[in-house]
Design a protein around this ligand. Sequence first.
Ligand SMILES: [Zn+2]
Length: 40
Amino acid sequence: MGEIICQTCDSTIEHFEDEKVTKLYANKCPNCANHTNENK
Ligand SMILES: [Zn+2]
């Protein structure tokens, strides 16, 4: 099981099939993309 994680809020955006546990960091989840960088 792999996970795509938001770099901004550390929440899991999406899961994908994988043989091992993998975490990939995406720049922003759709939720964070709706906000500007105000939380930086
Ligand atoms: Zn996020």
